[in-house]
Ligand binder design. Structure first.
Ligand code: XMP
Length: 512
């Protein structure tokens, strides 16, 4: 068993990011409630403690405080932001409310590198977010780094191996932040870097087995990265106690349902139930052209169909979900942001209570790139692990205007050609999303000697890192030409292909 680093959580949203950075250093950590007794940490054999940041002031009436005994455990401690304030407060220093909240970039000057800044530049851009600050060092401590606003930006008590940093090494905006954390883990705590994705999986499997016992788990499989990885992980842990449900809403891409059946049903031998609800979805969508109304109908119908199919499966104890850490944050902090809609479509909120199911979210602490690594290690193919995002309402929001079986057929055929060419040219994995949009207009063309009056397909191919902004992809003309001529030649009913050259903002990625 790897040694444990304890992260005491004082309520910062960044606590999980600290844990993530520790995983990046291939070290095992566990997040503990801030009040965890020192005896428990000793019993768990922790090799070091990190005190997270937190939104409070150490003097506030209900400020979260640790068990003071943690400072007598004899293990190294790293206090981050609020964590430094705690060190000041508990170890005999002074903390004063800052006049103004210090927020944003600063420049750190390292006076004495010590173990924490070994091998790092003497000047580093760092990111601050704090109100209070340390005004007097606790006995035994020395200041080893300063910023413009703080003479005590980095402090240390070498004898006790206590370190404090006023800024946030865990965030991306702090230069070499992860190296500071690594230095603490390997250099100060002396743990080994040997905690890999495989260990994460083994540990997660143990946890899932302990939680589920002999219970039964249901999981809604969408075919996307998150639910796929959750399915593979749960299946590895509990085998036949897992049942996956895949809803065919009639708005899937060509071959999607078959691919899911083949991978999960045949390859992984997962108990997979495919529910064909396409007729219900398409019936309810008949005559609807308004995008938001489409989404509402699709979302509502999904929840209804999903719940009904779960009931028909019989008794179950848990509902598995591929929730990731950013979803947890997003759903609380940026409601209304389109990216957060990605989850709300499959949002089965209320369902667990109605069906007396407990939630099981084995990926809840992970970030997307980590989930991809887990998926790869579990043997999921590249096409699944690196799949482009696909909206919950599927082709429903890519057929402009009314969704009819014929319009869907045209879009599906065209989209399949686009994807094929994206894979073939290698661009599929280089762009954020690539898809076709069906336009409900007809345009004049010629085919042989005949005049045609056919549909238009728009190609939407964008580059992005988080879907908040996006740029249209500058694909080579030959690739575009091939896609265009194949679509007009091979898809009956398409007379014209256009390329969308709008960026987001102002255009969104999807057309509806
Ligand atoms: P937009 O079009 O808003 O899209 O720039 C940003 C990202 O979100 C996806 N998207 C959706 N996902 N349900 C989803 O699950 C939706 O209703 C929805 N609308 C947009 C889109 O594909 C892109 O990745």
């Amino acid at each position: 068993m790897s040694q444990i680093i304890a992260v005491l959580d004082f309520g910062s949203q960044l606590t999980q990011v600290i844990a993530r950075r520790i995983r990046e250093c291939e070290v095992y950590s566990r997040i503990y409630h801030y009040s965890t007794p020192a005896a428990k940490l000793r019993a768990d054999g922790v090799a070091g403690i990190i005190l997270s940041g937190g939104p409070q002031s150490v003097y506030a009436r209900k400020a979260p405080h640790p068990d003071p005994e943690i400072f007598r455990l004899g293990v190294p401690i790293l206090g981050i932001c609020y964590g430094v304030q705690l060190m000041g407060h508990f170890l005999g220093g002074k903390v004063a409310p800052g006049k103004a909240r210090e927020y944003g970039h600063g420049v750190l000057t390292v006076k004495r590198p010590g173990a924490l800044f070994a091998g790092l530049p003497r000047k580093l851009r760092v990111w601050n977010s704090h109100g209070d600050k340390l005004t007097q060092l606790p006995p035994g401590f020395q200041a080893t780094g300063t910023t413009e606003n703080s003479p005590y930006a980095v402090i240390e008590d070498r004898r006790r191996r206590f370190h404090g940093i006023q800024f946030h090494p865990e965030v991306f905006h702090t230069e070499r932040g992860v190296d500071v954390i690594r230095n603490f883990l390997l250099g100060v705590c002396g743990v080994k870097a040997d905690w890999t994705t495989r260990d994460f999986i083994a540990h997660a499997i143990e946890g899932i087995r302990a939680q589920v016992g002999k219970g039964r788990v249901l999981l809604g499989l969408s075919g996307g990265v998150d639910s796929s990885v959750a399915a593979a992980l749960l299946h590895r842990a509990i085998g036949s106690q897992l049942t996956c449900v895949f809803v065919d809403n009639g708005l899937l891409r060509k071959g999607e349902r078959e691919a899911v059946e083949k991978l999960y049903g045949d390859h992984f031998s997962i108990d997979l139930r495919v529910v064909d609800a396409s007729r219900t979805f398409l019936r309810r969508l008949r005559g609807i052209t308004d995008p938001e109304q489409k989404r509402k109908i699709i979302g509502r119908t999904f929840v209804e169909v999903f719940e009904k199919s779960l009931r028909s499966i019989g008794r179950a104890d848990f509902l598995g979900q591929g929730t990731l850490y950013p979803d947890v944050i997003e759903s609380v902090s940026i409601a209304g942001n389109p990216a957060s809609l990605i989850k709300t479509h499959h949002n089965v909120g209320g369902l667990p209570e109605r069906m007396k199911l407990r939630l099981l979210e084995p990926l809840r602490e992970l970030f997307k790139d980590e989930v991809r690594r887990v998926g790869t290690a579990l043997g999921l193919p590249k096409e699944v692990v690196w799949r482009q995002p696909f909206p919950g309402p599927g082709l429903g929001v890519r057929v402009m205007g009314e969704i009819t079986p014929e319009n869907l057929r045209v879009l599906r055929e065209a989209d399949a050609i686009l994807q094929e060419e994206m894979y073939r040219s290698g661009y599929y994995y280089k762009v954020w999303q690539s898809f076709c949009v069906f336009l409900p207009v007809r345009t004049v063309g010629v085919f042989g000697d005949e005049r045609t009056y056919d549909h238009v397909i728009a190609l939407r191919i964008v580059e992005s890192t988080d879907a908040m902004t996006a740029d249209w992809a500058k694909l080579p003309h030959e690739v575009l030409q091939r896609i265009s001529s194949r679509i007009t030649n091979e898809v009956r009913g398409v007379g014209r292909v256009v390329y969308d050259v709008s960026s987001k903002p102002p255009a969104t990625i999807e057309w509806e």
